[in-house]
Design a protein around this ligand. Structure first.
Ligand SMILES: Nc1nc2c(ncn2[C@@H]2O[C@H](COP(=O)(O)OP(=O)(O)OP(=O)(O)O)[C@@H](O)[C@H]2O)c(=O)[nH]1
Ligand SMILES: [Mg+2]
Length: 313
């Protein structure tokens, strides 16, 4: 069973307006009125792609492929280069996606652990996810396993209330893994459909973080051997190259099954999503395009590129 589909193209377009300005509108400006796409225009496009956080390696690949296709197709019009660049951007996601995205319930309760560095939007994303699941008629329980920061569970409580879902909070002195254990045990006992575990982003160092995440996973699998079923890494779309570094670091310590890229509404750096997918080969499952409870969308590569290029979907 597919967990939920939340997608609104107009909202996506609105959310990606800054990235569109930087990327697609600049390309349009460069090619408009040009009868023939020459090397100079290709090099302008190359600069635009790099400055849009698509990254040097991927940009090179796109430009080389564009050059080949322009030659093969014998159509060097501005319309065709736009089509080729879009095609190249969409094809970045080819290997990461089958026919659809999102989460699939294969077990009940379905256990999702949400990880990522501090401030990227984990707690907000959990609130949004919980709301979507609940709207689908699923019973949701959230575990506040970020016991590192005092205010973390209060923040999660506000989101749980907004989404009308159950929350398991830490009793004072309890550690993250015991909260995770309690949440999953309760979910099993009371027949919940989906469990979402919030984790701390700020730990003393990398080995501490790895230890913590391992411990959480271990206790969860004691209750349900196949769990966790998903480990979602949340990354902040506004952080540009740093987002890529985070994806690299976390993939060394956790078995990430999907990415959530947040705050795409506040940035012109949305192009980073292409770079991360090209390098990481981990599918982007959801994107955050606002702070509201309804501002988490399923990620659809074609619609994403269409929204950036102001096309109709
Ligand atoms: N504009 C925008 N803001 C977002 C989005 N997602 C999260 N935020 C904001 O980012 C800030 C940090 O979000 P949190 O959910 O607290 O981040 P966190 O990863 O849980 O942070 P820690 O618990 O400190 O590790 C909040 O002000 C959110 O409102 C988004 O998609 N768009
Ligand atoms: Mg948090």
């Amino acid at each position: 069973m597919k967990l939920f589909k939340n997608f609104n193209f107009d909202k996506l377009k609105e959310g990606l307006s800054k990235t569109r300005n930087k990327l697609a509108n600049s390309i349009t400006e460069t090619i408009s009125g040009k009868a023939v796409i020459d090397e100079e225009i290709l090099s302008n496009i190359e600069e635009i792609l790099i400055s849009s956080d698509i990254g040097y390696d991927l940009t090179e690949k796109i430009i080389i492929n564009s050059r080949i296709r322009l030659k093969e197709e014998k159509d060097r019009s501005s319309l065709n280069i736009n089509r080729i660049v879009k095609h190249e951007l969409i094809s970045v996601f080819d290997n990461n996606y089958s026919s659809n995205t999102g989460l699939d319930i294969i077990n009940k309760p379905y256990i999702i652990v949400v990880i990522g560095v501090n401030g990227v939007g984990k707690t907000t994303t959990i609130g949004k996810l919980a709301n979507n699941f609940r709207k689908e008629g699923l019973e949701v329980i959230i575990g506040a396993a970020d016991t590192f920061r005092a205010a973390a569970s209060e923040q999660l409580q506000i989101w749980a209330k907004r989404a009308s879902v159950k929350l398991v909070k830490n009793i004072s002195g309890s550690d993250p893994s015991s909260v995770a254990y309690e949440t999953v045990s309760l979910a099993l006992k009371e027949n919940y459909d989906v469990v979402i575990i919030d984790t701390a982003g700020r730990l003393h160092n990398k080995s501490h973080l790895m230890e913590e995440l391992n411990k959480i996973n271990r206790v969860i699998s004691k209750v349900i051997p196949t769990a966790p079923h998903e480990t979602l890494l949340v990354i902040d779309g506004t952080s540009g190259q740093n987002a890529l570094v985070q994806a690299n670091e976390f993939s060394k310590v956790a078995n990430i099954t999907g990415l959530v890229v947040t705050k795409l509404d506040g940035t012109a750096k949305g192009g980073v999503i292409f770079q991360i997918c090209d390098k990481q080969k981990i599918p982007v499952k959801y994107i955050g395009i606002g702070e509201g409870i309804d501002d988490l969308q399923n990620f659809d590569p074609e619609a994403f590129v269409a929204a950036i290029f102001d096309d109709n979907n």
